[in-house]
Design a protein around this ligand. Structure first.
Ligand code: KIV
Ligand code: NA
Length: 277
């Protein structure tokens, strides 16, 4: 098995081989994703919602991201780990942004950072890239702007909005991003952007013609994820399995079916007799 790099992903795009990305936020999940052959693992700030229980990604801190990235990078052998820069850990001046990204790389050991936004980010992306930091872009539905967008809605449906997204994609490529996440945009627009770009696009809710796909782990395996958006296909129902296991365990504890002597430790009969006196 080979280690995946930004060069691998460009080659895969050229060869027409879809890129597999999945989110992970902890050691066991990242280990399984890596072993299953996921080429990219995203430590997404979606962790605020699916792991930490917030109702948006906005409360997630840089320290949260680093904490989870450390666990993920301890587990991955081949996967290329990308970490989201969370809300306002960038866009707050060049120096702060570079420091945020540097911490993610040096402490978290991520291979790249992901930033949400369009052409307004180009100057800072150029700085990051010059500093040796691979950057993944993210346009379309950008959850860190949810309160500005007025909800989790499909983006780029009008000709004007679509043209702006295409323009942003080209500008971000020019600034030096290594790949671009397209979230919740019409599949025709995702196809057009994917055709126009040399770098790979990674879609989520962006149809079948992106160069790669990403899904949130908890959605993919139905692990107590409260939402079931149209673009998610569940491949397991681990939430149901876990709940069933908890209920069975609770029942067996209540009825003293668990534990049995099979699950218990034993001492010699004469030893316990001495204690009874
Ligand atoms: O945080 C996240 O999981 C993401 C993906 C949805 C692309 O940004
Ligand atoms: Na994210």
């Amino acid at each position: 098995k080979k280690k995946y790099t930004t060069a691998t992903f460009r080659e895969m795009k050229k060869a027409g081989e879809p890129i597999v990305m999945v989110t992970a936020y902890d050691y066991p999940t990242a280990k399984l994703a890596d072993e299953a052959g996921a080429e990219m693992v995203l430590v997404g700030d979606s962790l605020g919602m699916v792991v930490l229980g917030f109702d948006s990604t906005i409360p997630v801190t840089l320290d949260d991201m680093i904490h989870h990235t450390k666990a993920v990078t301890r587990a991955t052998k081949n996967s290329f780990v990308v970490t989201d820069l969370p809300f306002m850990s960038y866009r707050i001046g060049t120096e702060e942004t570079l420091k945020s990204a540097a911490r993610v790389m040096q402490e978290g050991l991520a291979k790249a950072v992901k930033l949400e936004g369009g052409s307004e980010l180009c100057p800072i992306i150029e700085q990051l890239v010059q500093g040796g930091i691979p950057v993944v872009g993210h346009i379309g539905l950008t959850p860190q702007s949810v309160f500005q967008l007025g909800g989790y809605k499909v983006q780029g449906k009008s000709a004007e909005d679509a043209a702006k997204l295409l323009e942003d994609a080209l500008a971000l490529q020019e600034a030096g991003i290594c790949s671009l996440v397209l979230e919740c945009v019409p599949h025709q627009l995702a196809r057009l952007i994917s055709e126009k770009l040399e770098i790979p696009t990674i879609g989520i809710g962006a149809g079948p013609d992106c160069d790669g796909q990403v899904l949130v782990f908890h959605d993919l395996v139905q692990y107590a994820s409260s939402i079931q958006p149209k673009f998610v296909k569940p491949y397991a129902a681990v939430g149901d399995d876990i709940k069933r296991a908890f209920m069975q365990y609770a029942k067996e504890v209540k009825t003293r079916q668990f534990p049995t002597l099979e699950h218990s430790f034993t001492m010699k009969d004469e030893t316990i007799q001495q204690l009874y006196g």
